[in-house]
Write a protein that binds this ligand. Structure first.
Ligand code: NAD
Length: 261
């Protein structure tokens, strides 16, 4: 009896991102940094787009893992430069994956929200995100494949407390995700979002420093702990990979069970 020959190459895991070029916004710290590392560990080349100087530490960490990494400056509130920065990204190569991670939060009673603060949150979390997605998504649609993954929030479903502009922006990110999935799905581009629960990052420092709010939040999380940024990375790898080729317009909750309560 002759032994079966070993296949020349092992079948590729559907989660493997080798050879894919992924753009991540705001990856200098927090969720963006963990997602960029997760994508790199899955094999992707990673382009870091964010505030000047903010991403150097992440770039070094990625390079230490052997990942090909590029860094470009972009302030998502500066809408006039998004076209040029996108052109610079595309001039260096095709984009297979866009992770819209960058986001800001403003905590204030709704009756006291200043117009400038309202605009700042919507400019970054929604309008900047849309304009960048439009620029980097257009070639995906023309080419017939690509993945967009936006970081939404539990406040894409709930109102939260003292975060009116943030909740409005994150509900809009969920709506935009579904609208783009409808338009771009027929062209082979999947547009999804991740709704992280309460994750210990700079975004939630104020909550963790408030004993009453912190205890109330923990009490509702079946996992019994705050999330870590790394908890979100696996979902981002999944939605960026061919394992999610038939997942479109979905907002994937990664919240330790919060929404089940
Ligand atoms: N931490 C949580 O519990 C939580 C929960 C749900 C959703 N989110 C979302 O996850 C994303 C990442 O948040 P995080 O918790 O890591 O917060 P973070 O404050 O640690 O990181 C935010 C990142 O966005 C970047 N950024 C902010 N404004 C920018 C701008 N104008 N242009 C370019 N980059 C900009 C920052 O430099 C930073 O790297 C955000 O969209 C946030 O709304 C966080």
């Amino acid at each position: 009896m002759t032994a079966l020959a070993e296949p020349a190459t092992a079948p590729r895991s559907p989660f493997d991102l080798t050879g894919r070029r992924a753009v991540v916004t705001g990856a200098g710290r927090g969720l963006g940094r963990a997602v960029a590392l997760g994508l790199a560990r899955a094999g992707a080349d990673v382009v870091l787009l964010g505030r000047p100087g903010a991403q150097d530490g992440t770039a070094q960490a990625l390079e230490a893992e052997g990942a090909r990494t590029e860094v470009l400056d972009l302030d998502l509130a500066d809408h006039d430069v998004i076209g040029q920065v996108s052109a610079d990204v595309l001039a260096a190569g095709e984009v297979d994956v866009l992770v819209n991670n960058a986001g800001i939060i403003d905590r204030a009673d709704a009756v006291d929200v200043a117009r400038d603060d309202w605009d700042r949150v919507l400019d970054v979390n929604l309008t900047g995100l849309f304009l960048l997605t439009q620029q980097l998504g257009r070639p995906m649609v023309e080419r017939g494949h690509g993945k967009v993954v936006s970081i939404a929030s539990l406040l894409s479903f709930q109102g939260g407390i003292r975060v009116a502009s943030y909740a409005a922006s994150k509900h809009a990110v969920a709506g935009l995700t579904k609208a783009l999935a409808n338009e771009w799905g027929p062209a082979g581009v999947q547009v999804n979002a991740i709704a992280p629960g309460y994750i210990a990052t700079d975004n939630t420092t104020a909550l963790r420093e408030d004993p009453a709010r912190s205890a109330a939040i923990l009490d509702r999380i079946p996992a019994g702990r705050w999330g870590a940024a790394e908890d979100v990375a696996g979902a981002a790898v999944f939605l960026s990979s061919s394992a999610a080729d038939y997942v479109n317009g979905h907002v994937l909750v990664v919240d330790g069970g919060w929404m089940s309560r």
